[in-house]
Design a protein around this ligand. Structure first.
Ligand code: FE
Length: 344
């Protein structure tokens, strides 16, 4: 009898312990994130203060995180997947790693042009991949389109990072979707022959290379110029000030500048689904959108949230209206073209 009582006590203890753990579990969320900006920690801290929900973040590149979710399957702890490239969100959805989100309280505050027609992801911010040019050595009137970067006049003057980078893969995907593979391939060949040096470094490094005279124009994400211009490091400020920002393809008959979305998606199994939805709701709220634009110099997906002053100075621009999912759909073709044309 005594043995039975002690066994029962033990069982009760285990039950209490697991229910405590369950409670604890329900007050957390786990994010797999490709974003690499300091403002994100601030957003999560503010969210925890408001809701009491603890946020755990695993950072890696999107391909690694997708692989991890695939291997972990239904036992994955991830509730949310965040990327800086909508192509990777499309890919995760295509691989059946996500569940759809249909929540009008979230989407009501977001401009419809940024929403996923398939409801697999929610946009957090957007950015344009712009051309920056040396204020000293380039006449802005010589700039026009992405296509024109293939022109002879930019021979040995163009700077751009490696083709393994998802920002470049998204840009190439947009060219394929808009102009077709043959035109995109020809463009890529000519871009490679115009390079001032072999692709190396990140977007900021391309701007620094203009400042030091290694090249005259570069293709970079818009917010990096904001980050350089607001930097406390003299070298970065100097680099930011050495260039002008140009939005390509703006003429009336042209499609507009390429944009990409940094977005968030709910994973297929999301153990803490309710809390995850609360975070999405928080990050797309007006106040969190304001925090993004003022710290990362990205654009808000809510048009009532104005860009930071530095970004406003570059003026409004026409955006390429391509279905954003095309940036994922055309990805393998983009990589094939990069490889074939020797873009390292
Ligand atoms: Fe970035």
């Amino acid at each position: 009898m005594r043995k039975i009582v002690s066994k029962l006590k033990f069982l009760l203890f285990v039950l209490i312990l697991t229910s405590c753990q369950n409670n604890q579990k329900s007050n957390e969320i786990n994010i797999y994130s490709q974003r690499h900006y300091a403002v994100d920690e601030l957003q999560y801290e503010n969210f925890t203060k408001e809701t009491g929900i603890k946020v755990n973040v695993t950072k890696a590149n999107a391909d690694e995180l997708i692989q991890r979710m695939k291997i972990e399957g239904s036992s994955s702890p991830a509730d949310l997947f965040i990327t800086v490239d909508v192509g990777k969100l499309w890919q995760a959805g295509d691989m059946d790693l996500l569940q759809k989100i249909k929540d009008e309280t979230i989407t009501a505050g977001i401009d419809s042009e940024f929403l996923d027609p398939n409801n697999y992801w929610i946009p957090l911010t957007y950015r344009s991949r712009v051309v920056v040019f040396s204020k000293e050595r380039v006449d802005v009137n010589d700039l026009s389109t992405y296509e024109d970067l293939a022109s002879e006049k930019w021979k040995n003057r163009l700077l751009i990072r490696s083709s393994s980078n998802s920002y470049n893969q998204a840009l190439m995907s947009s060219l394929i979707a808009n102009l077709g593979s043959d035109v995109a391939e020809d463009w890529s060949t000519k871009i490679v022959s115009n390079l001032a040096r072999e692709p190396k470094g990140n977007d900021r490094d391309q701007v620094k290379a203009i400042a030091s005279g290694q090249g005259d124009i570069a293709v970079v994400n818009s917010y990096y110029i904001g980050l350089l211009l607001s930097s406390e490091k003299e070298e970065e400020l100097k680099a930011g000030n050495s260039v002008g920002v140009f939005f390509p393809n703006q003429a009336e008959n042209q499609r507009g500048a390429h944009i990409n979305v940094s977005g968030i998606a709910l994973t297929k199994n999301a153990p803490n689904r309710e809390n995850a939805i609360k975070l999405i709701s928080f990050l797309t709220s007006k106040s969190a959108q304001q925090t993004y634009v003022n710290n990362t110099y990205e654009y808000s997906v809510n048009s009532s949230v104005e860009p930071n002053e530095i970004v406003k100075n570059w003026g409004d621009f026409k955006k390429d209206k391509l279905d954003l999912n095309m940036l994922g759909v055309k990805r393998n073709e983009a990589i094939r073209i990069f490889d074939k044309t020797g873009w390292k």
